[in-house]
Design a protein around this ligand. Structure first.
Ligand SMILES: [Zn+2]
Length: 496
């Protein structure tokens, strides 16, 4: 079950949100993920190499978005519970492998993965008593997991992505499966310990090519090398836009040794994460200042304007008009923005390529992402919005595998600005998104990018320069703007 939940968004995430991305059961799940760069793909490769008899249950993933409705949990659990019973009644059950994100919030369970793990562990105990407690449960997590003590207490081993952009999601799934193999063979007892300093990092502060994550990841690898009793040490940057008690940075260690000793060895990492709060919360400059600087510089393209405030990979609507508005006002040429606007895409699909039309675009989902802008546009391209990843190790692969469906899409032109309109919001994590629509990224002067960090693997190799800008939106890098009610206090930077 994979979801990163942005609880400040008004819209909820229900079955349609999962069915649009990934909601597969049984053998279909194996077929869908076999050999791809997702954690499930990696785990299944280990399973095949180790000749596991796999009982596939249910795999669900939705794009990052609002709070997940309870029916998703209950539907998933009814199927998984029944599959666990079938396995127990058949040849027995050696282990359970879960592919998780770690920042999922259900309407009735703020700690989504804690509830998932608690139910699986609880059911095994209910059926088999103490023998059920010995069946290992392994799970992998996204680097943006908001971990909890309930998660740690109910898992035998937890692994996590180490890179952001998440180019190593597959490896985290593989390690979870390899550790599960080890525990199934050896019968070793493990503990997962957790330490969470009182600090939240914004998504932009969690990139692993910048501090503080470089140092924290390095320290985690050092601990693994120094402590043979550790299976894995995880550095979780957390997902800031979850108004829950356990939001923020945390560290996990899975150990065959003393839990208290393992927790002690995490203390220096936790202290460093807290001390480097400011580096984990870099703020963005005003858009107009950046536009003036870019235009005055004479810099050749392609130049990227990055807006974390409408970071689709962080759950925002993807229809924010902040950058489009600036491009129009500054009269830039050879520019591209991508807006998720199903209504505008549909209006285009009712017309023909070459038509001119008056089209309201963007700013439609809520009042936080800029105003809707009505433009006279020329319709340049219509597609079904499907593309295959150009880079198989794209951050997007960690979410949905290699086939991407933006839904009916259109490219329209207003003066020197082209706008790609999509029906399903699609994070800008792979250049196939533009190229499949006839837009050559290398030939652009300037491109608006709705991301914080996850775009970097795709865009950085082709951009001559990139600049962060502070546009209106619920992915703002300034966490003090958000009306948190349920976080623990004190916590930095909210209580600075
Ligand atoms: Zn992530």
């Amino acid at each position: 079950m994979v979801h990163e939940t942005h609880t400040f968004l008004a819209e909820t995430t229900g079955m349609a949100g999962f069915e649009a991305i990934l909601w597969e059961r049984g053998p279909d799940m194996l077929q869908r993920c076999a050999g791809d760069a997702s954690p499930m793909g990696g785990a299944l490769d280990v399973a095949a190499a180790r000749h596991w008899d796999v009982i596939p249950s249910r795999y669900g993933a939705a794009m990052p978005s609002g709070t997940v409705t309870d029916d998703i949990l209950e539907t998933w659990w009814a199927e998984v519970r029944s599959d666990l019973d079938v396995a127990l009644a058949g040849g027995g059950l050696d282990g359970v492998l879960l592919i998780l994100h770690g920042a999922m919030v259900f309407a009735s369970h703020a700690d989504g993965e804690g509830e998932v793990l608690r139910r699986v562990r609880g059911h095994l105990h209910e059926r088999l008593g103490t023998a059920g407690d010995l069946i290992p449960i392994a799970a992998d997590l996204d680097l943006h997991a908001n971990t909890s003590d309930v998660m740690a207490a109910n898992a035998s081993v937890l692994t996590a992505y180490r890179k952001n952009p998440h180019t190593d999601a597959r490896e985290a799934g593989m390690r979870a499966a390899q550790f599960l193999q080890r525990l199934m063979s050896s019968g070793e007892a493990t503990h997962v310990v957790r330490l969470a300093p009182p600090v939240i990092y914004s998504p932009k502060g969690t990139g692993t090519d910048t501090e503080p994550m470089i140092s924290l990841q390095r320290a985690a690898r050092r601990l693994e090398a120094e402590h043979p009793e550790f299976l894995e040490v995880c550095v979780l940057g957390g997902f800031a836009y979850a108004d829950i008690d356990c939001v923020g940075v945390s560290f996990l260690a899975t150990t065959t040794g003393e839990p208290s000793a393992a927790r002690d060895s995490l203390r220096p990492l936790a202290a460093e994460a807290l001390r480097r709060c400011d580096e984990g919360n870099p703020l963005d400059p005003p858009t107009d200042d950046v536009m003036r600087q870019v235009l005055a510089s004479g810099q050749q393209g392609p130049i990227g304007l990055i807006e974390p405030s409408d970071n689709i990979g962080g759950g925002t609507p993807g229809d924010g008009t902040g950058i489009l508005e600036a491009f129009l006002r500054f009269g830039v040429d050879n520019a591209v923005v991508i807006l998720n606007d199903p209504e505008a895409a549909k209006a285009c699909h009712a017309r023909s390529v070459g038509d001119r039309l008056r089209l309201p675009v963007g700013g439609k989902v809520d009042r936080f992402h800029g105003a809707t802008i009505t433009l006279e546009v020329k319709l340049e391209k219509l597609t079904d919005g499907r593309f295959d990843l150009e880079n198989e190790r794209s951050h997007l692969a960690s979410l949905i595998g290699r086939h991407v469906n933006m839904g009916p899409s259109a490219v329209v032109r207003a003066g020197g600005i082209r706008i790609l309109l999509t029906t399903h919001k699609t994070p800008p994590m792979d250049l196939g998104q533009l190229r499949s629509q006839g837009i050559v990224p290398e030939e652009l002067y300037i491109v608006g990018i709705k991301a914080a960090v996850s775009h970097k693997a795709a865009y950085d190799p082709v951009l001559t320069a990139s600049y962060y800008v502070d546009t209106p939106g619920l992915g703002s890098s300034d966490l003090r703007r958000f009306p948190y009610k349920h976080v623990r206090h004190p916590v930095r930077p909210l209580d600075d």
